[in-house]
Design a protein around this ligand. Structure first.
Ligand SMILES: O=C(O)CCC(=O)C(=O)O
Ligand SMILES: [Fe+2]
Length: 214
Protein backbone atom coordinates (compact mmCIF):
# COMPACT_ATOMS: atom_id res chain seq x y z
CA UNK A 1 0.00 0.00 0.00
CA UNK A 2 1.33 3.47 -0.85
CA UNK A 3 0.37 6.12 1.66
CA UNK A 4 2.73 8.83 0.38
CA UNK A 5 0.08 11.10 -0.94
CA UNK A 6 -2.75 10.81 1.56
CA UNK A 7 -3.61 13.60 3.97
CA UNK A 8 -2.81 12.45 7.49
CA UNK A 9 -5.82 11.22 9.45
CA UNK A 10 -4.83 10.21 13.00
CA UNK A 11 -7.99 8.14 13.37
CA UNK A 12 -7.07 5.92 10.42
CA UNK A 13 -5.19 2.72 11.22
CA UNK A 14 -2.40 2.38 8.63
CA UNK A 15 -2.04 -1.36 9.24
CA UNK A 16 -4.56 -3.67 7.56
CA UNK A 17 -4.38 -6.22 10.41
CA UNK A 18 -2.53 -7.40 13.53
CA UNK A 19 -1.63 -4.00 14.94
CA UNK A 20 -2.32 -0.32 15.03
CA UNK A 21 -0.31 2.60 13.64
CA UNK A 22 -1.61 6.15 13.48
CA UNK A 23 0.08 8.97 11.58
CA UNK A 24 -0.76 12.44 12.84
CA UNK A 25 1.31 14.40 10.31
CA UNK A 26 3.12 17.42 11.66
CA UNK A 27 2.15 18.31 15.22
CA UNK A 28 4.73 21.14 15.47
CA UNK A 29 4.82 24.34 13.44
CA UNK A 30 7.97 24.99 11.41
CA UNK A 31 9.56 27.29 14.00
CA UNK A 32 9.01 24.76 16.78
CA UNK A 33 10.36 21.89 14.66
CA UNK A 34 13.48 23.92 13.78
CA UNK A 35 13.94 24.94 17.42
CA UNK A 36 13.76 21.38 18.77
CA UNK A 37 16.00 20.00 16.01
CA UNK A 38 18.65 22.55 16.90
CA UNK A 39 18.28 22.11 20.66
CA UNK A 40 18.45 18.32 20.52
CA UNK A 41 21.43 18.37 18.15
CA UNK A 42 23.26 20.55 20.66
CA UNK A 43 22.11 19.35 24.07
CA UNK A 44 21.70 15.60 23.76
CA UNK A 45 24.59 13.33 24.73
CA UNK A 46 24.90 11.65 21.37
CA UNK A 47 26.99 8.48 21.12
CA UNK A 48 27.75 6.18 18.22
CA UNK A 49 25.92 2.91 18.71
CA UNK A 50 27.99 -0.22 19.13
CA UNK A 51 26.46 -3.44 17.86
CA UNK A 52 27.88 -6.88 18.48
CA UNK A 53 27.17 -9.16 15.56
CA UNK A 54 28.69 -12.55 14.83
CA UNK A 55 31.43 -11.89 17.40
CA UNK A 56 32.40 -8.54 15.90
CA UNK A 57 31.71 -5.06 17.17
CA UNK A 58 30.26 -2.68 14.62
CA UNK A 59 30.07 1.06 15.24
CA UNK A 60 27.07 2.61 13.53
CA UNK A 61 27.31 5.95 11.76
CA UNK A 62 24.03 7.05 13.27
CA UNK A 63 24.14 8.21 16.86
CA UNK A 64 21.84 7.29 19.72
CA UNK A 65 20.88 8.46 23.18
CA UNK A 66 18.61 7.12 25.89
CA UNK A 67 16.70 9.20 28.46
CA UNK A 68 14.10 8.34 31.07
CA UNK A 69 12.19 8.97 34.30
CA UNK A 70 14.86 7.16 36.30
CA UNK A 71 18.35 5.81 35.52
CA UNK A 72 16.92 2.61 34.02
CA UNK A 73 19.62 0.04 33.38
CA UNK A 74 19.28 -1.64 30.06
CA UNK A 75 21.25 -4.04 27.97
CA UNK A 76 21.74 -2.85 24.44
CA UNK A 77 23.68 -5.11 22.15
CA UNK A 78 25.55 -6.78 25.00
CA UNK A 79 26.54 -3.59 26.78
CA UNK A 80 24.75 -2.18 29.78
CA UNK A 81 23.73 1.47 29.72
CA UNK A 82 21.76 3.81 31.92
CA UNK A 83 19.02 6.23 30.96
CA UNK A 84 20.01 9.87 31.43
CA UNK A 85 17.64 12.25 33.23
CA UNK A 86 15.17 14.15 31.01
CA UNK A 87 16.29 17.48 29.58
CA UNK A 88 13.87 20.41 29.54
CA UNK A 89 13.17 19.99 25.81
CA UNK A 90 12.57 16.25 26.10
CA UNK A 91 10.10 16.80 28.94
CA UNK A 92 8.26 19.42 26.88
CA UNK A 93 8.03 16.99 23.95
CA UNK A 94 6.99 14.11 26.22
CA UNK A 95 4.15 16.22 27.64
CA UNK A 96 3.01 17.22 24.14
CA UNK A 97 3.11 13.63 22.85
CA UNK A 98 1.28 12.30 25.90
CA UNK A 99 -1.46 14.87 25.41
CA UNK A 100 -1.71 14.22 21.67
CA UNK A 101 -1.63 10.42 21.84
CA UNK A 102 -3.50 9.96 25.14
CA UNK A 103 -0.78 7.62 26.42
CA UNK A 104 2.04 7.87 28.99
CA UNK A 105 5.73 7.19 28.44
CA UNK A 106 8.66 6.82 30.85
CA UNK A 107 11.65 6.71 28.49
CA UNK A 108 12.87 7.85 25.10
CA UNK A 109 15.34 6.45 22.60
CA UNK A 110 16.76 9.08 20.24
CA UNK A 111 18.43 8.43 16.90
CA UNK A 112 20.42 10.96 14.90
CA UNK A 113 20.80 10.23 11.17
CA UNK A 114 23.35 12.67 9.78
CA UNK A 115 22.07 12.25 6.22
CA UNK A 116 20.27 9.75 3.99
CA UNK A 117 23.20 7.33 3.97
CA UNK A 118 22.21 6.38 7.53
CA UNK A 119 19.10 4.35 8.27
CA UNK A 120 17.85 1.50 10.40
CA UNK A 121 17.35 -2.14 9.42
CA UNK A 122 14.27 -4.32 9.86
CA UNK A 123 13.31 -4.81 13.50
CA UNK A 124 10.44 -4.76 15.98
CA UNK A 125 10.50 -2.80 19.20
CA UNK A 126 9.55 -5.92 21.12
CA UNK A 127 12.16 -6.23 23.84
CA UNK A 128 10.77 -8.09 26.82
CA UNK A 129 11.56 -5.19 29.13
CA UNK A 130 9.16 -2.91 27.24
CA UNK A 131 5.57 -2.91 28.43
CA UNK A 132 3.69 -5.58 26.45
CA UNK A 133 1.63 -3.90 23.71
CA UNK A 134 2.59 -0.50 25.11
CA UNK A 135 2.22 2.48 22.81
CA UNK A 136 5.34 3.89 21.12
CA UNK A 137 5.21 7.53 20.04
CA UNK A 138 7.69 8.39 17.28
CA UNK A 139 8.45 12.06 16.68
CA UNK A 140 10.52 13.05 13.64
CA UNK A 141 12.52 16.26 13.23
CA UNK A 142 14.49 17.44 10.21
CA UNK A 143 14.68 15.63 6.87
CA UNK A 144 11.59 13.80 5.64
CA UNK A 145 12.32 10.08 5.44
CA UNK A 146 10.51 7.01 4.18
CA UNK A 147 9.44 4.47 6.80
CA UNK A 148 8.24 0.95 5.97
CA UNK A 149 6.24 -1.62 7.92
CA UNK A 150 6.48 -5.28 6.88
CA UNK A 151 4.22 -8.03 8.20
CA UNK A 152 6.35 -10.84 9.66
CA UNK A 153 4.32 -13.66 8.07
CA UNK A 154 2.65 -12.31 4.94
CA UNK A 155 5.50 -9.84 4.10
CA UNK A 156 2.80 -7.29 3.24
CA UNK A 157 4.27 -3.76 3.29
CA UNK A 158 2.95 -0.36 4.30
CA UNK A 159 5.04 2.68 3.31
CA UNK A 160 4.78 6.22 4.57
CA UNK A 161 6.83 9.40 4.79
CA UNK A 162 7.69 10.71 8.23
CA UNK A 163 7.71 14.48 7.84
CA UNK A 164 9.50 17.16 9.84
CA UNK A 165 7.65 17.62 13.14
CA UNK A 166 5.40 14.62 12.59
CA UNK A 167 4.08 12.02 15.00
CA UNK A 168 3.55 8.30 14.37
CA UNK A 169 2.02 6.20 17.14
CA UNK A 170 2.37 2.41 17.09
CA UNK A 171 0.28 0.39 19.52
CA UNK A 172 -1.55 -2.86 20.22
CA UNK A 173 0.09 -5.95 18.73
CA UNK A 174 2.11 -4.03 16.10
CA UNK A 175 5.51 -5.05 17.47
CA UNK A 176 4.47 -8.72 17.65
CA UNK A 177 3.36 -9.02 14.04
CA UNK A 178 5.16 -6.26 12.13
CA UNK A 179 8.72 -5.10 11.66
CA UNK A 180 9.73 -1.65 10.52
CA UNK A 181 12.69 -0.07 8.79
CA UNK A 182 14.10 3.33 7.83
CA UNK A 183 15.75 2.71 4.44
CA UNK A 184 18.87 4.67 3.48
CA UNK A 185 18.48 7.01 0.53
CA UNK A 186 20.85 8.99 -1.68
CA UNK A 187 18.26 11.74 -2.09
CA UNK A 188 18.47 13.07 1.48
CA UNK A 189 21.47 15.21 2.44
CA UNK A 190 20.03 16.77 5.60
CA UNK A 191 20.04 15.39 9.15
CA UNK A 192 17.07 13.92 10.93
CA UNK A 193 16.39 13.17 14.58
CA UNK A 194 13.84 10.59 15.61
CA UNK A 195 12.55 10.24 19.15
CA UNK A 196 10.66 7.13 20.21
CA UNK A 197 8.90 7.58 23.54
CA UNK A 198 8.31 4.19 25.13
CA UNK A 199 7.17 2.58 28.36
CA UNK A 200 9.63 0.42 30.21
CA UNK A 201 7.98 -2.19 32.39
CA UNK A 202 9.52 -0.95 35.62
CA UNK A 203 8.91 -4.24 37.44
CA UNK A 204 11.17 -6.13 35.07
CA UNK A 205 13.98 -3.69 34.39
CA UNK A 206 14.75 -1.83 31.26
CA UNK A 207 15.71 -2.30 27.67
CA UNK A 208 15.03 -0.30 24.53
CA UNK A 209 14.61 -1.65 21.04
CA UNK A 210 16.92 -4.21 19.51
CA UNK A 211 19.97 -2.82 17.82
CA UNK A 212 19.34 -3.26 14.14
CA UNK A 213 22.18 -2.64 11.75
CA UNK A 214 22.02 0.51 9.62
O1 LIG B 1 14.04 6.68 12.83
C1 LIG B 1 12.95 6.12 12.80
O2 LIG B 1 11.93 6.64 12.33
C2 LIG B 1 12.83 4.72 13.35
C3 LIG B 1 13.49 4.52 14.66
C4 LIG B 1 13.18 3.18 15.24
O3 LIG B 1 12.57 2.37 14.64
C5 LIG B 1 13.62 2.87 16.60
O4 LIG B 1 14.27 3.71 17.26
O5 LIG B 1 13.31 1.77 17.07
FE1 LIG C 1 11.90 0.80 15.96
Amino acid sequence: MDLFHTTPDPTLNLLPKDGKAFYYGSILDQDQADYYLHELMTNIEWRHDQLKMFGRTITTKRKVAWYGDSPFEYTYSHSSKQALPWTRELLELKTLLEKTSGECYNSCLLNLYHDGSEGMGWHSDDEKELKKNGAIASLSLGADRKFIFRHKKTKEKVDLFLHDGSLLVMKGTTQTHWQHRLPPTRRVLEPRINLTFRTIDTVQGASPAKSPVN
